[in-house]
Design a protein around this ligand. Structure first.
Ligand SMILES: Nc1ncnc2c1ncn2[C@@H]1O[C@H](COP(=O)(O)OP(=O)(O)O)[C@@H](O)[C@H]1O
Ligand SMILES: [Mg+2]
Length: 134
């Protein structure tokens, strides 16, 4: 695994802070600044919180990516929780099976450049998101 690849277990509230900090360090290394750092951290927070609330625990890994000279960051959040029954529904503003706002997934999708959910009921959920340096 490449040097830059890092993994943060997500189980407790404090792990969200750790994930935000570690991703921020890599993002700065890649060249992200200002509001990009904030929006990447916001997306991480939402996805990490979902792991804690809906799946109880999981992990977030992240790494530097390059494509035709462009640099970016890839963040993968995975858990072996209950999975998401209807992904389109989960991605719509205001949908929540919890008692929250239902803006986490659609918000994170809007903030990042690429966003993919792979989920199976009873198996778990993997969310892959990328942000490219502009
Ligand atoms: N890791 C996950 N495992 C299982 N279900 C999830 C996961 N993340 C999100 N969900 C489902 O998607 C819904 C929408 O998530 P989100 O947009 O973050 O809104 P909220 O967390 O406020 O409910 C959640 O209510 C939940 O049903
Ligand atoms: Mg949420």
């Amino acid at each position: 695994m490449p040097d830059e690849m890092q993994q943060v277990p997500i189980r407790y509230e404090y792990d969200i802070v750790t994930a935000r900090q570690k991703v921020r360090e890599i993002a700065i290394q890649i060249g992200f600044t200002g509001s990009d750092l904030t929006l990447i951290a916001t997306a991480i927070s939402e996805i990490a919180r979902n792991i804690i609330v809906y799946a109880s625990h999981g992990e977030i890994t992240f790494n530097i990516i390059e494509n035709r000279g462009s640099k970016g960051i890839v963040i993968v959040a995975s858990d072996q929780g209950p999975g998401i029954k209807n992904i389109d529904q989960a991605l719509s503003d205001g949908f929540s099976t919890g008692k929250s706002l239902g803006l986490g997934l659609p918000g994170a999708k809007r903030l990042m450049d690429e966003f993919e959910i792979d989920s199976s009921v009873g198996v778990g959920t993997t969310i892959t998101m990328k942000k490219w340096l502009s």
